[in-house]
Write a protein that binds this ligand. Structure first.
Ligand SMILES: [Zn+2]
Length: 232
């Protein structure tokens, strides 16, 4: 008589256990291999928009733009300008300003510095000193193919690579404009505001030059991301 359901023999029982253990071990090895060999996770999160990241942004423009975008600042890529070894630029961006003001074209690291300066220094100073939101930062110019201070010889300016900007003044939401030329020394309130934004700029940019530096800067704040740390 056939026995369909017989108890496994001792040998069959042992071999079943060995088989199950081997299968489990194989599964564990495969899972370990999968964990080891999986492709590295791509980190698409841009660095935070903070002053300590600005030097990194000088050579990592896509991270710079990503960081600006994540912080709510819009940029647009500007076509490269190849002129001479001393002049021209690559990877320049246009930083949009709110309220329909003219956009600012600079290197991305400098644009990131300007965005930080606007958000963390200029806007709070406008509120503190005037009780007004800021409407715009008013640049006098950024890119210019020239040497420092417009001399005929000597080092080329950071302006020659759009890595510097001259800011002539600021406009508040009520339409009032404060210029460096007219208000650096007086009246007291405007002067305090301008000194606030100069001092705050020194914590963000590499180079900051104001009317305190020399007469060539009587009408603007020079801000740059060059190699030299200066604050006057
Ligand atoms: Zn300048």
């Amino acid at each position: 008589m056939l026995r369909f359901f017989r108890a496994p023999s001792q040998v069959e029982h042992e071999s079943g256990r060995i088989w199950a253990a081997s299968a489990l071990a194989l599964l564990a090895v495969m899972m370990a291999l999968l964990l080891i060999l999986r492709p590295p996770k791509t980190d698409l999160t841009p660095p935070p928009l903070r002053a300590e990241w600005l030097p990194y942004f000088e050579t990592h423009v896509s991270s710079c733009r990503g960081s600006l975008s994540a912080a709510g600042f819009q940029t647009r890529i500007v076509p490269d300008l190849n002129r001479t070894p001393q002049c021209g630029y690559r990877d320049v961006v246009e930083l949009m300003q709110p309220a329909g003001s003219a956009p600012i074209q600079t290197s991305c690291a400098l644009a990131a510095g300007l965005a930080l300066w606007r958000r963390n220094v200029v806007e709070p100073a406008a509120q503190r000193r005037f009780g007004q939101p800021l409407a715009s930062i008013n640049p006098l110019g950024a890119y210019a193919c020239r040497r420092i201070a417009g001399r005929r010889d000597g080092r080329w300016s950071e302006h020659a690579h759009a890595n510097a900007i001259d800011v002539g003044g600021f406009t508040l939401a009520d339409g009032r404009t404060i210029t460096v030329l007219q208000s650096w020394h007086t009246p007291a309130l405007e002067s305090a505001f301008l000194h606030d934004v100069r001092n705050g700029g020194c914590r963000i940019f590499q180079g900051v030059l104001s009317p305190d530096y020399n007469r060539a800067h009587a009408n603007h704040l020079h801000l740059d991301m060059g190699a030299y740390k200066v604050c006057h």
